[in-house]
Design a protein around this ligand. Structure first.
Ligand code: IMP
Ligand code: MG
Length: 185
């Protein structure tokens, strides 16, 4: 593994261990229930896939919702658009909204309120990464994998201009890499 200039990374093993812990916690909290896991596309697809495969003690149902991305920029516009809605009716369901990363909180805040308006029995948020210092709006995160510094992160579902999602680990993109990628366009 080469470390880049900004150096921050979360290894495959660290991610695996933490995802297992989150799954145990969820199984425990949802004993006797039939939760619906809602993954936010595209970023949450790998985290959700790994998380649900660690859940064995309770039934699992899965759905997806997709929001518009930032395009190829690394800065949030604060504009949230639903590009693909749920296929399941969540009325009376125990819903767990699964996201890769919470940054300003704008995306999750919007989706949380949207799903809440559909009258689920319960609604909780599970994020792999939390960039706490960047928060602009309060979001009730129940399950959190890692608190991370204010760096642009890629891998394990997280992209930069649609690249890097397939990496098994998470690492920070250096400013040079961001500049290089933007120059390629
Ligand atoms: P928020 O609305 O500012 O909380 O942004 C959340 C969304 O921005 C996430 O779903 C990600 O798609 C994207 N995002 C935020 N930070 C990063 C990052 O460091 N790397 C890749 N995507 C990010
Ligand atoms: Mg996302």
């Amino acid at each position: 593994m080469t470390t880049r200039s900004s150096g921050f990374m979360i290894s495959e093993d660290e991610i695996k261990a933490r995802v297992k812990e989150l799954a145990r916690q969820i199984e425990n909290d949802y004993k006797g229930k039939n939760p619906l896991f809602v993954g936010i596309l595209k970023g949450a697809f790998i985290f959700l896939a790994d998380l649900v495969r660690e859940i064995t003690a309770i039934p699992v149902e899965i759905d997806f919702i997709a929001t518009s991305s930032y395009g190829s920029s690394t800065v949030s516009t604060g504009v949230v658009k639903i590009t693909k809605d749920l296929t399941e009716d969540i009325t009376g369901r125990d819903v767990i909204l699964v996201e890769d990363i919470v940054d300003t909180g704008l995306t999750l805040k919007y989706l949380y309120n949207l799903l809440l308006s559909r009258n689920p029995r319960s609604l909780e948020i599970c994020v792999l990464l939390d960039k706490k210092e960047r928060r602009k709006v309060e979001v009730p995160v129940k399950y959190r994998g890692f608190e991370v510094p204010d760096l642009f992160l890629v891998g394990y579902g997280l992209d930069f201009a649609e690249k890097y999602r397939h990496l098994k680990y998470i690492r920070a993109l250096s400013p040079e890499e961001v500049r290089k990628d933007e120059g390629e366009k």
